[in-house]
Design a protein around this ligand. Structure first.
Ligand code: SF4
Length: 322
């Protein structure tokens, strides 16, 4: 895995790098001291337009003071992760699959992140992996393990492979799914050699679910990476979050589906925002979301239409919005 340094450690440095006018920055009410600090990898930064405060990628990463406003119906654990947490690092909410929080870190900090208040320090540590793996090994009804985070691809490639091989050694596990935003936001850093070598010889089915919200996040680098993963046998899917002022237009979502497909990735979910405190200003109301999705249905082939869903405390599945 190659290393990648952040080009911007502070909102001031980011705004300067992006040549944003200081008056514009003031009017945006940027939060210079957010407890959920700014983090932008250089590949993602390169996709942001200069001198454009409305850039849809910039809006996903720039901390704003509005995040401090509390909103009714928004909470610190909007999808009830901690109600389905039989052992640290593990979330067992749905039949047949478990989610393993493999890393507390991400290569980017998305301002709308549903786990921005997650107690990673209590939950995520390699010492918890053994207990989590024992739980999985003792439950033959579990056939799929989902690596999540944080972002599992923020682990070193060596640690990622060590974890994956332990999962592979559990006979009743049939599928490994990796949920990651790293291939989109930091493709030059995403694991390749060891992961691909492992994928080519494993008995497991392999699914990679990436997280891309706007076609501007895709690049020749992401296309190259996806073709490597695809060649190694990964099924490639995408999930997006519907975000006000970022991708809440039919033309943007239509373009996103086509752009993903042109890189070998199928649109899978369009998630209604998880109602986490600090992100209320990103929410698209349910009526508007449904209307957008109905219009999108008229523009796209069925296989390019993502499912519009909301993750809730429902213990069976993500709830389709109808
Ligand atoms: S990559 Fe995922 S987990 Fe990480 S900050 Fe973004 S939304 Fe949250």
């Amino acid at each position: 895995m190659q290393t990648q340094t952040n080009m911007t450690d502070t909102p001031q440095a980011l705004c300067k790098t992006l040549q944003l006018n200081p008056k514009t920055v003031q009017s945006l009410k940027v939060d210079l001291n957010s407890p959920f600090p700014l983090k932008v990898p250089k590949d993602f930064l390169a996709q942001i337009q200069l001198n454009d405060p409305t850039d849809p990628l910039l809006k996903q990463v720039l901390p704003l003071k509005i995040e401090h406003q509390t909103a009714d119906g928004f909470s610190q654990d909007p999808v009830s992760d901690l109600a389905f947490n039989p052992t640290p690092s593990l979330i067992h909410k749905y039949h047949g699959r478990v989610l393993l929080i493999a890393s507390p870190k991400c290569d980017i900090h998305c301002r709308y992140c549903f786990r921005r208040h997650f107690p990673y320090s209590e939950q995520t540590n390699t010492r918890h992996w053994k207990k989590a793996l024992d739980y999985i090994a003792q439950n033959p009804s579990i056939h799929e393990v989902i690596l999540s985070g944080g972002d599992p691809m923020s682990l070193s490639e060596k640690s990622l492979i060590q974890l994956i091989e332990k999962i592979e050694a559990i006979p009743h596990i049939k599928t490994l799914r990796i949920h990651s935003r790293t291939p989109i936001v930091a493709p030059s850093k995403a694991p390749t050699q060891a992961l691909i070598a492992w994928a080519k010889q494993t008995r497991l089915h392999k699914v990679l679910v990436v997280h891309c919200n706007h076609a501007n996040e895709l690049s020749p680098q992401t296309a190259k990476l996806f073709s490597l993963y695809k060649e190694a046998g990964f099924h490639l899917l995408n999930q997006s979050v519907l975000l006000k002022g970022i991708n809440d237009q039919v033309s943007i979502l239509e373009n996103l589906s086509h752009a993903l497909f042109s890189q070998g990735v199928l649109p899978y979910y369009l998630n209604q925002l998880d109602r986490v405190q600090g992100a209320a200003h990103f929410e698209v109301d349910r009526h508007t979301a449904l209307n957008l999705h109905n219009q999108l249905r008229k523009c796209l082939s069925g296989y390019l239409l993502p499912n519009l869903v909301q993750d809730t405390s429902n213990p069976f599945y993500k709830v389709p919005i109808t």
